[in-house]
Ligand binder design. Structure first.
Ligand code: GSH
Length: 225
């Protein structure tokens, strides 16, 4: 059985979990937080998520895990057949990661520590997000899925990227980023209504108190040093 290492408050963890559930692959979850020695044994940079296969192969990086799962378990495919259509799906995922997820993440430490991000940081984040908005406006179809007629890995990936954009960028910048892309909010809402998304969300909510306790103890340890 596959082991999924990480914690359910992580959107990266959740997108891989969604793929495992969608492909109906048996897996067990191993609750472990970032940076721990236990995680470093299966994830070279000590980040969540990582998986261990039944053969004992360890892999990290969410998009790489997604590709590995697709190649290893091609039933219930999550990529189109044609190379160019597959590339478009990956292009949407990469742009969402670089121009939506990563700039939004820069605001997380300020939110978690209850401080306000400096205006210079906010401005940098706004500029990168703006490029993401322009690119995703060009690429996303929502007809009905993000890349067109087929439900793909990009639907799963961008839905979980959007959780970070909404929770951190939109709130900190007082800017409804998703509203800049016609169709994005409606598609995102419908993604959240699937049975799998609801299972993943219920687990996320259940993990939040434990995760916040972990963050608190990390901050206390950093202050002691
Ligand atoms: N590029 C990585 C990013 C993973 C990541 O940032 N995970 C966070 C949790 S959402 C983490 O493990 N943070 C702990 C740390 O940085 O030590 C991926 O796609 O899997």
């Amino acid at each position: 059985m596959i082991t999924l290492h990480g914690f359910a408050a992580s959107n990266y963890y959740n997108l891989v979990k969604y793929v495992l559930l969608y492909k109906e692959l048996p897996f067990q979850e191993n609750l472990v937080y970032g940076g721990s020695d236990e995680l470093l044994k299966v994830s070279p940079v000590g980040k969540v998520p990582a998986i261990t296969t039944p053969e004992g192969f360890n892999l990290s990086e969410s998009s790489i895990i997604c590709d590995f799962l697709e190649e290893t378990y091609p039933d219930t495919p999550l990529y189109p057949e044609s190379a160019s259509e597959r590339a478009v799906v990956r292009q949407i995922m990469k742009i969402a990661e670089l121009y939506f997820e990563l700039p939004s993440r820069r605001l997380i430490p300020y939110v978690l520590s209850g401080t306000n991000a400096p205006e210079a940081v906010k401005e940098e984040v706004r500029q990168v997000l703006n490029r993401g908005v322009t690119a995703l406006n060009r690429l996303c179809k929502f007809s009905p899925w993000i890349a067109g007629e087929q439900f793909t890995m990009a639907d799963i990936y961008v839905h979980y990227v959007n959780t970070i954009v909404s929770a951190f960028a939109s709130t900190q910048l007082d800017w409804d980023v998703l509203a800049e892309i016609p169709g994005m909010q409606e598609w995102n809402d419908s993604m959240g209504q699937s049975a799998i998304a609801q299972t993943v969300e219920a687990d996320r909510l259940a993990n939040m108190p434990g995760f916040m306790q972990h963050v608190k103890s990390q901050m206390q340890a950093a202050n002691v040093k």
